[in-house]
Design a binder for this molecule. Sequence first.
Ligand SMILES: N[C@@H](CCC[C@H](N)C(=O)O)C(=O)O
Length: 276
Amino acid sequence: MQIPFRKMHGLGNDFVIVDARAKALPLHPARIAALADRHRGIGCDQFITLEPAAPGADAFMRIHNPDGSEAGACGNATRCVAALLMAETGRDEVTIRTVSGELPAERLPGGMIRVDMGQPRLGWQDVPLAEEMDTAHLPLTLGEVADPAACSMGNPHATFFVEDLDALDWRVLGPQMENHPLFPQRANIGFAQVITPEHIRVAIWERGAGPTLACGSGACATLVNAHRRGLATRRAQVELPGGTLDLEWRLDGAVLMSGPVATSFLGQFDADAFPA
Ligand SMILES: N[C@@H](CCC[C@H](N)C(=O)O)C(=O)O
């Protein structure tokens, strides 16, 4: 079976997007993992399936990591899918449903896509963590990093605050923390250097994906955790290896994220050539 797809990215965080709104597609975790493989498949940080949405949303977006696991949130893919739905409908505002809830998105003057990522959840069971504790300070130390803060943006995040991001071997520390027993559903791990209260540099080791050029929900978690720790204002530029996102944690609790999106190419794959 030939399945058309679109390859998009937000700051280099790249996605294969397929449309299963009109007809269900034979896509299962093993096949998705094979398609996401950068050597033997198409290659992507996340595989996105558009599915029919209940009234109130323009589409349902299902998110899979390249290891085949399903994720509750993907900020950059939400912005890419929003741009896609805006082109399709001719509107500048759309709503995308995910397993974690409805996310309104809009096109800003100048073309940036802003998504309302909803409210971060700060309780230990929300992240989730394995046991009760203050999520603003986790009792974790690994090599030279310690004392991260955690939150959920619909998916689990922990943020370590570091003095010098360039001096840190975060690609080695990331997978050890992703799989730490404190995170029963694993976690996305951010390593953040606060430059000023309005400018944070961060590198994210993504759960189920590894090092990526950008992670939208990770950028949201970085701002939220930095603000909780008194390190950042409620609005900041979050600089990732692939570029910068504009983040705001509004007083009503919602986290807004704005940035660019782009289409790389369109194609089609033969589903039967990949494991079912
Ligand atoms: N790239 C994403 C996050 C994707 C999901 C994550 N790896 C998880 O498992 O939670 C983003 O832009 O937010």
